[in-house]
Design a protein around this ligand. Structure first.
Ligand code: CA
Length: 446
């Protein structure tokens, strides 16, 4: 790459790294100290985390009047996110520290304190997630799922006018690596015996949903909507989200009020919030709506959003069963897509819509895109879609087609011991690759 400064940490210069010097995504992690554990703030770089709380304690920011010294005393990024520009100022300082070639005792002392391997780090949620909202912005996902229920009319009439969403549950948002206990719940009578009553037991149709999260930086006052043109100023950055879903519980409970216990038992986030400013090279036009689609209402439409509201991001889902793990087999790729740029609504539109009635977003809130799927069969972001084969000539659903695992096992939905691994990254010729890291979760018996 031309004119890229070199980092003294070699892994940050690797063209394949998710975390180059340009990115410096935000994270929080656990540190043991005299028998107690504390939350520290850091940034990912190469295969390491730079411990900013430790550097702050060691005096690296002494004499700085930007406010950095104070915000780094908190175990969450919320305080820093409330001051516009502060995080970018801090990222610039860290970039300078990571490229400085000067020696001296003080520099060596700080370098010794600074780094710890990502692989040995126990991460914490990077912000206090007080609220979680989940959207439904992938038109490919909405169309495939809609066709399961309404083959002739998959999209409901509001879809092309309103960014559809619902309020999720923030208390069960967990960090990557947290075990996911299979939920139990009430399930509908069997289709072939509608006279039987509902039952209660462990979910049999457990699924993942591949989503992109965007974290709120600066909030808005109750009653004061955020304009579309200012919406991105309220986004701290993005992460990966697995919105675990219990399809059998969902099927029985969702009408008429929508998602509840099928969704609120767990949502996994990746540990790193990648600032939008690190993704500039990968911004792209919003999804070009097909001819004949309605133009959004004025509060959801502006030229800049059309020109730059999208993000060229590749997303992957992998699965590793218990048996694969015990036999040393790598996780198998279930889907890969570049369709986040084809979301029917951009992040800015979702955020502006969320506040259009005066609803107040708070720093650290998690907004998620909804399942990201592409139009092709290998691009579907959940098993509900991936194993769906459509309906037969009689209008009834064809049997689901299970996914084959390299052990000979088959999956229509998730089994106990299955680990789901989401990845996301931006890459193209002439630009530094920027990744989102991984979002992992393993299912354990309920
Ligand atoms: Ca979802």
């Amino acid at each position: 790459m031309p004119n890229q400064p070199r980092c003294w940490l070699e892994s940050a210069n690797d063209p394949a790294t998710d975390f180059p010097l340009q990115s410096l995504p935000l994270c929080a992690f656990q540190v043991a100290h005299h028998g107690h554990s504390h939350g520290h703030l850091g940034m990912a770089i190469g295969d390491q985390v730079i411990d900013l709380s430790a550097l702050n304690e060691a005096g690296m920011f002494e004499g700085d009047d930007s406010g950095v010294v104070n915000v780094l005393r908190y175990p969450f990024w919320d305080a820093a996110a409330q001051t516009p520009g502060l995080i970018d100022t801090l990222r610039a300082k860290v970039r300078e520290f990571m490229t400085a070639d000067g020696g001296g005792q003080r520099a060596r002392r700080l370098r010794d304190k600074a780094l710890r391997p990502i692989s040995d780090t126990e991460f914490l949620p990077p912000t206090r997630v007080l609220n979680y909202t989940d959207f439904y912005a992938s038109v490919h996902h909405a169309r495939t799922v809609g066709s399961m229920f309404r083959p002739d009319n998959p999209l409901l009439p509001n879809y092309k006018h309103v960014p559809i969403g619902y309020h999720g549950r923030a208390s069960s948002v967990v960090i990557s690596g947290t075990e996911i206990r299979r939920p139990s719940g009430q399930q509908s009578p069997p289709d072939d015996d509608p006279k039987a009553g509902p039952s209660f037991g462990p979910c049999k149709l457990l699924d993942y949903e591949l989503e992109v999260g965007f974290v709120v930086g600066k909030g808005n006052e109750l009653g004061i909507p955020v304009k579309l043109g200012e919406a991105e100023d309220h986004i701290l950055g993005i992460c990966l989200v697995n919105d675990w879903s219990a399809r059998d519980i969902q099927k029985w409970e969702y009408q008429p009020l929508g998602p509840f216990l099928a969704k609120n038992f767990a949502t996994t986030i990746s540990p790193f919030v990648v600032p939008l400013s690190a993704l500039e090279a990968y911004r792209c036009p919003a999804y070009p709506r097909p001819d004949g689609d309605p133009k959004p209402l004025p509060y959801l439409w502006d030229e800049r959003n059309q020109a730059r509201g999208g993000l060229d991001l590749t997303l992957e889902v992998r699965l590793q069963s218990e048996q694969m793990r015990s036999r040393g087999m790598s996780p198998v790729l279930l889907s890969k897509s570049n369709s986040f740029k084809e979301m029917y609504w951009t992040m800015a539109q979702m955020l502006a819509h969320h506040t259009s009635n005066g609803c107040n977003l708070q720093t650290g809130d998690l907004l998620a895109s909804g399942t990201v799927s592409g139009p092709g069969p290998g691009e579907r972001g959940c098993l509900l879609e991936l194993t769906w084969q459509g309906t037969g000539p009689d209008g009834k659903p064809l049997p689901r087609k299970p996914v084959d695992l390299p052990t000979g096992e088959k999956r229509t939905f998730l089994a106990d011991g299955d680990e789901v691994i989401l990845k996301g990254y931006c890459e193209k010729a002439g630009s530094v690759r920027v990744g989102l890291g991984e979002c992992r979760g393993r299912v354990v018996g309920g």
